[in-house]
Design a binder for this molecule. Structure first.
Ligand code: T46
Length: 134
């Protein structure tokens, strides 16, 4: 089964433009407790490089694009986030990295919990140990 779980956000469009609505426990598979966004990213600088113990998230590039790597300790998969109508589910205990940000990228992230640094696993060896791979 693929690690890439996409969520479609059908745009409510008319002649004025497009609108996407996201709602916790409806088109987002959890209660949304936090929203953050990443922008002003630098060329050739990647972000992420961690897994979360319990947090679940949905990420969507509302403008521009970037490439996400998802890694469950067995397999790694790449997905381009390049559409304001396509979310990527980042589940708990999945190592993730974001690469190749376009200059105009704005990455919006919806999170199931409030910020908690102790939920991060920022060392890949620790991640593999937690997954029982080492
Ligand atoms: C993730 C990926 C997709 C806060 O104080 N509050 C917050 O809600 C967040 C998200 C971050 N921070 C602080 C922690 C760091 O001092 O902001 C700083 C930058 O965070 P970080 O280095 O973790 O950023 P990324 O882009 O590597 O990762 C972020 C999220 O932190 C992470 O949960 O899954 O985006």
């Amino acid at each position: 089964m693929s690690l890439i779980k996409l969520i479609d956000f059908p745009p409510l469009g008319d002649e004025r433009g497009s609108l996407v609505a996201v709602e916790g426990n409806k088109n987002i598979p959890f209660d949304i407790k936090r929203v953050y966004y990443i922008f002003g990213t630098q060329k050739d600088i990647a972000r992420g490089f961690h897994a979360h113990k319990e947090l679940n998230q949905v990420a969507v590039c509302i403008t521009g694009k970037c490439r996400m790597i998802l890694d469950n300790g067995n397999t790694k998969e790449n997905v381009w986030m390049d559409s304001a109508t396509k979310g990527v589910l980042i589940e708990d205990m999945v190592w993730h990295e974001m690469h190749d940000f376009s200059d105009d990228c704005v990455l919006l992230v919806l999170a199931s919990e409030q910020y908690d640094e102790s939920d991060y696993i920022r060392d890949y060896v620790d991640f593999l140990k937690e997954k029982g791979k080492l």
